[in-house]
Design a protein around this ligand. Structure first.
Ligand SMILES: Cc1cc2nc3c(=O)[nH]c(=O)nc-3n(C[C@H](O)[C@H](O)[C@H](O)COP(=O)(O)OP(=O)(O)OC[C@H]3O[C@@H](n4cnc5c(N)ncnc54)[C@H](O)[C@@H]3O)c2cc1C
Length: 379
């Protein structure tokens, strides 16, 4: 008889874990609290390390079909070029492109590959017994598997059962994101670019279908209610003196399309696994988005977890192998993301001049070499 796995959470991490465990021969059930899978979220960067992972889960081609390959272009708020890696460099050096795609497309590709059967919607997990891989749902129903994977995100119930109910750490930064379709005269002025200025960043990328994904981050208080119209005015004021087309992109965005998220992470955990239960994705290692690696790391987790089950005899041995391979790397990237956030949001004039000067002086090949340990990784 095949072993059974319960995955809590149908985000990118949970769906990839389900695909990976099924490929390893397990029977998988995915429990998702939402009553329906809504296409939410704006765009997402998938670095070569994630594309390698998606390929080994059998969905690489399907995902790349919807994706726009990009390079990494950075300019100052005044428009001065600071760095530029062409989009060809990524496949050439790392064997896969850097792409940006609509989150909804990525989610749809994963759901399509998994099929509807393993998925249970409206299934909110409220209690966990890690030792025996058992969960209790809000309905009172109990389910037990040979292994339980907590892929239930930043405020994971499974993590709380394993490591205690600590709150995540607010970074001091908030992100605003949207998809929009620019009118032709604006579209002609938009290039894929990250703009960096005083304490703020603005990134815009053209997706294949004529739409544009943009994201901005800056300081804000945690827990302010999202008010799209006010948020848009605030962003327009913040970016009014930045180089064209930053403010124009915001001005042409429907306020209702603007998503706002306070940015949190957590200190890396000393253990992910207890008994027959482990953690994956943001439940295990939430990180700030400044390296664009949160979901990429969740995909790596899933690949390694699947391989551990395919190769090891017992569940406990497999979970141990998974954690040993993943925990140090994910913890490093949590810390690197935090350092990157600090660097990208530098506020003081002297520090900014220094940062921008260093970025300009760094040759393209050196910039790519710096990225290699993160984005060139094959899980
Ligand atoms: C502004 C921003 C930009 C980002 N940009 C990028 C990027 O460009 N590239 C990148 O790789 N990453 C990026 N990330 C990070 C990425 O979004 C996350 O790391 C990734 O989505 C985590 O996936 P996950 O499946 O672990 O968790 P989640 O996406 O949070 O999914 C958790 C799922 O579990 C469900 N759930 C929660 N609790 C329960 C429960 N009790 N019972 C049942 N179900 C439950 C939730 O409904 C949800 O569906 C970004 C993040 C932010 C905030």
């Amino acid at each position: 008889v095949s072993r059974s796995a319960i995955v809590v959470g149908a985000g990118i991490g949970g769906l990839c874990a389900a695909l990976a465990l099924r490929r390893a021969g397990l029977q998988v059930t995915v429990l998702e609290r939402s009553p329906a899978i809504e296409p939410i979220g704006a765009g997402i960067w998938m670095w070569p390390n994630a594309i390698h992972g998606l390929r080994s889960l059998g969905v690489g081609d399907r995902v790349l079909r919807d994706a726009a390959p990009v390079g990494l272009t950075v300019r100052s708020a005044r428009g001065r070029a600071l760095a530029d890696t062409g989009s060809d460099e990524f496949p050439r050096r790392f064997g896969a492109p850097l792409v940006v795609l609509a989150r909804a497309d990525l989610h749809a590709a994963l759901l399509e590959a998994l099929g509807p059967e393993p998925l249970r919607l409206g299934a909110r997990c409220v209690a966990v017994d890690p030792a025996v891989a058992r969960v209790e749902l809000a309905s009172g129903e109990r389910l037990q598997g040979d292994v339980l994977v907590g892929a239930d995100g930043l405020r994971s119930v499974v993590r709380a059962a394993l490591a205690g109910p600590a709150e995540p750490r607010f970074s001091g930064y908030t992100a605003w994101r949207a998809l929009m379709t620019p009118p032709p005269e604006l579209a002609a002025r938009i290039a894929d670019c990250k703009y960096t200025g005083r304490g703020r960043i603005f990134v815009c990328v053209r997706l294949g279908d004529g739409s544009v994904f943009w994201a901005a981050t800056g300081r804000a208080d945690a827990g302010e209610a999202a008010n799209p119209a006010v948020d848009r005015l605030r962003l327009l004021a913040a970016f009014s003196r930045w180089t064209d087309p930053v403010a124009a992109i915001v001005a042409h965005t429907d306020p209702e399309a603007i998503l706002r998220h306070d940015l949190y992470d957590r200190e890396p955990l000393a253990r992910w696994t207890h008994g027959r239960t482990t953690l994956l994705g943001d439940a295990a290692h939430p990180m700030l988005p400044n390296l664009g690696q949160g979901a990429c790391q969740a995909i790596e987790d899933a690949v390694v977890l699947g391989r551990a089950f395919a190769e090891a005899d017992g569940t406990v041995t497999a979970l141990r192998a998974y954690e040993r391979a993943r925990r140090p790397r994910a913890g490093r990237i949590v810390r690197q993301s935090r350092r990157m956030a600090r660097l990208e949001h530098v506020d003081g004039h002297a520090a900014r001049v220094l940062r921008d000067g260093l970025m300009r002086a760094l040759p393209r090949s050196a910039a790519l070499r710096q990225l290699a340990p993160i984005v060139g990784h094959h899980a």
